[in-house]
Design a protein around this ligand. Structure first.
Ligand SMILES: Cc1cc2nc3c(=O)[nH]c(=O)nc-3n(C[C@H](O)[C@H](O)[C@H](O)COP(=O)(O)O)c2cc1C
Length: 167
């Protein structure tokens, strides 16, 4: 049976990381939308983009069919990998796929540029909601958005390859 890197990517960040990992391990690379049966694969590395703290609903619906595999997981998100938000998402990912019977052996995450349209929506929402806004537009948030713009970068791809080198 084949080994594979499967990814979900809205704007291309996660796909970039998936490509780098697949190439380094000489694994097949496939978009989750194109997977027919996860049991066609032996070992799976699965990468997703973070939507509201975890997988988006469509990806989750498909990914819940990944069962009883040796599994590596990675994601790209707007936040830095050492942030609480990213750590929570790593833990949630491990728990989610372990409950499905998988042996989660490897985890990785890195930052990914945020769709400028989403930033605009968040800014407008913050203006509209004022003090009640969930995501206030602080200097810290602006700096994080700015920092995310250049990711995933070469270093991220190198780290991703390293993280799965013994998968
Ligand atoms: C609708 C939407 C929701 C998002 N929600 C989060 C989030 O909750 N936490 C986070 O860190 N990043 C969030 N992001 C940022 C993305 O996870 C990040 O930009 C990611 O790299 C996108 O990957 P992709 O290019 O593969 O689609 C969100 C982005 C979008 C478009």
């Amino acid at each position: 049976m084949k080994n594979v890197v499967i990814y979900s990517s809205k704007t291309g960040n996660t796909k970039k990381v998936a490509e780098a990992i697949a190439q380094s391990l000489d694994y097949e690379l496939i978009n989750i939308d194109d997977v027919r049966d996860f049991d066609d694969y032996e070992k799976i590395i699965f990468g997703f983009w973070v939507d509201k703290g975890f997988m988006d609903t469509k990806t989750k619906k498909k990914a819940e069919n990944i069962k009883n595999k040796t599994l590596g997981i990675f994601f790209t998100s707007g936040v830095e990998p050492n942030s609480e938000h990213a750590k929570e998402c790593l833990e949630k990912s491990k728990e989610y796929f372990t409950i499905l019977g998988n042996n989660v052996t490897h985890l990785f995450c890195c930052q990914g540029a945020i769709d400028p349209e989403v930033i605009e929506i968040m800014k407008n929402m913050a203006i509209k909601m004022g003090d009640k806004a969930v995501h206030k537009i602080t200097d810290e948030r602006r700096a994080r958005w700015k920092k995310a713009e250049t990711h995933p970068d070469k270093e991220d791809l190198k780290n991703a390859i390293l993280a799965f080198s013994n998968f």
